[in-house]
Design a protein around this ligand. Structure first.
Ligand code: MBD
Ligand code: FE
Length: 284
């Protein structure tokens, strides 16, 4: 742990920031859902819950435990975390069903738009003494026909070597380990960063309480988050993992796909690891 961090990272702290981040995104995208659709989806959801209550003979004590937990999730600001960990992967699966290009994965609660714009070969903003194995992540953005996409952008954000995200944990520079890389004419990019650590769901909040109560583990494998886009093409939101890493086969957020696992090799001069990964985008 970095000892300059005097204020502790808390579930309620990152929850409040994630809730605020989501609200600012919602202001731009008014969520309007058709009445008939709301009726169908909510009725089916409630019917599934009714079935579970009958089948398992749920007691008043259990009903009250659920009620008090749901209230607490809101108070902790952990709805974004809860939904993105346990539901988003299926929404992403459905959304990506008919895409031919690179596989996507969930966005999660810690994306912040507008990170610093960087040239095609760049180092993500990081502290002078940033801890972690250096990683060179490079590749090319093309269309499904293989044509290089000029004007592509590769947005990357990830946790530090302690598993913390800037803007969601105290004591980190605002844009630490976040950047928007503008690829060159051929869609090529080279991003210098450090390898993130696995991410642990905060243990002191409602999601942590649920995990403990159910006897689960609280971890996501180490991962890089990416949004890749190019003019006239569909933006892809994805994540990349590291072969052999802890929790890669047992992600609490169920967001790993075989195509998303990197296998970096040591750099010849001993300065860390490097890996090449190309992105293929579908036409818009
Ligand atoms: C994360 O870092 C993340 O990517 C997701 C999906 C959920 C919780 C924490
Ligand atoms: Fe993440």
């Amino acid at each position: 742990m970095t000892d300059i961090i005097t204020e502790q990272a808390t579930a309620a702290g990152s929850g409040a920031a994630a809730t605020e981040q989501f609200r600012s995104k919602q202001r731009m995208e008014t969520a309007e859902v058709d009445t008939k659709r709301v009726d169908t989806l909510v009725t089916e959801l409630l019917t599934a819950a009714h079935d579970i209550i009958r089948r398992h003979k749920v007691t008043y004590a259990e009903y009250d435990a659920l009620k008090s937990w749901l209230i607490q999730v809101g108070e902790d600001g952990e709805w974004p975390l809860f939904l993105d960990v346990w539901l988003e992967h299926v929404v992403e699966e459905v959304a990506g069903e008919s895409r031919e290009g690179s596989k996507g994965s969930i966005e999660g609660p810690y994306y912040v738009p507008g990170s610093p714009r960087l040239p095609a070969e760049a180092t993500l903003p990081m502290r002078e003494d940033e801890v972690g194995t250096p990683l060179l992540f490079q590749g090319q953005v093309t269309g499904v026909d293989g044509a290089p996409l000029s004007g592509a952008t590769v947005e990357m954000w990830h946790a530090d070597d302690d598993g913390y995200y800037s803007q969601f944990a105290p004591g980190l520079p605002e844009w630490n380990l976040r950047g928007t890389v503008i690829a060159d004419e051929q869609g090529n990019f080279k991003i210098h960063t450090i390898q993130p650590a696995p991410y642990q769901i905060p243990t002191d909040g409602s999601c942590g309480r649920l995990i403990t109560a159910a006897g689960w583990h609280a971890w996501r494998p180490a991962h890089l988050h990416l949004k890749v886009s190019a003019p006239g093409h569909q933006l892809i939101t994805t994540q990349l993992y590291f072969k052999g890493g802890e929790y890669v086969t047992d992600d609490i957020a169920s967001a790993v796909k075989p195509e998303l696992v990197l296998d970096p090799t040591p750099v010849a001069d001993g300065s860390g690891r490097e890996v090449t990964y190309d992105f293929v985008l579908d036409k818009a």
